[in-house]
Design a protein around this ligand. Structure first.
Ligand code: AMP
Length: 240
């Protein structure tokens, strides 16, 4: 059926019966992939894999906020205090920032959302915004809190391109330097142990209900992400 995506929809009514038409239309829709999971579950790492595999851009709301903070924009100024405490930034700010990002031309064939939605109202706002116009796939990366706390203690990220690393599990080729862009690797301020515990608490209360939300809509895959990066990627591949 894959070949159908190369036909123009204008030609399809001439050659396809109704059910195949519907399937072809579904395939030709932009693909939106949502990565759910606690902070440190590996959403960013697996999103980067999907960027390569599917040639779609990764949209991380956390990265967008950090860029705004660095550039000291009005959005960055509004988000700063929430981010430093590990709290969620209010929806009005997140939604405006996200929707203006996904309007950009590089998102026309789809995109990978990392860190959004984080709450049911955000998921509802996204669903209202997108309507039936995209093909949605949701992965939830499943990792226990104990492993998350251990992982985040060693997490470092590139200060320039935001690529994620880990001091022992996923070290860069050259210490302190990003493999992708040569940028400086740093520990995020909100990766301190107390802030991580608060972020996990928020995850369980506000973000975990999203599994039920997307599960009920038949678009959710639960992925065991407690082992290695490679094993998690293999499970995502299977689901794709
Ligand atoms: P992340 O890099 O995804 O862990 O996000 C870092 C911080 O950015 C979070 O702790 C929040 O303060 C903020 N943030 C990122 N995405 C969202 C979102 N979808 N809703 C609210 N706040 C967010």
């Amino acid at each position: 059926m894959k070949v159908l995506s190369f036909l123009t929809l204008a030609l399809l009514p001439l050659v396809l019966p109704g059910s195949l038409m519907a399937e072809a239309q579904e395939i030709s829709k932009p693909q939106v992939i949502i990565m759910l999971g606690a902070p440190g579950a590996g959403k960013g790492t697996q999103a980067l894999y999907l960027v390569e595999k599917l040639s779609l851009p990764q949209i991380s709301t956390g990265d967008l906020f950090r860029e705004n903070l660095k550039a000291n924009t009005p959005v960055g100024q509004k988000a700063k205090s929430y981010m430093e405490k590990g709290e969620l930034v209010p929806d009005s700010i997140v939604l405006e920032m996200l929707f203006s990002r996904i309007e950009r031309p590089d998102c026309k064939d789809g995109y990978i959302l990392d860190g959004f939605p984080r709450t049911i109202p955000q998921a509802e706002a996204l669903s209202k915004y997108l309507g039936e116009s995209v093909q949605l796939l949701v992965f939830s990366l499943e990792v226990s809190d104990a492993i998350i706390i251990e992982r985040i203690a060693g997490r470092i990220v590139c200060n320039t391109c935001a690529a994620p690393y880990h001091k022992t599990v996923l070290p860069p080729k050259k210490e302190g330097e990003c493999d992708r862009c040569g940028g400086k690797l740093i520990q995020r301020k909100d990766d301190s142990e107390q802030v991580v515990k608060d972020r996990l608490d928020i995850y369980h209360k506000q973000s975990e209900p999203l599994k039920e939300y997307y599960g009920a809509r038949g678009t959710l895959f639960l992925i065991d992400a407690a082992t290695s990066k490679e094993k998690t990627t293999a499970l995502i591949d299977q689901a794709l």
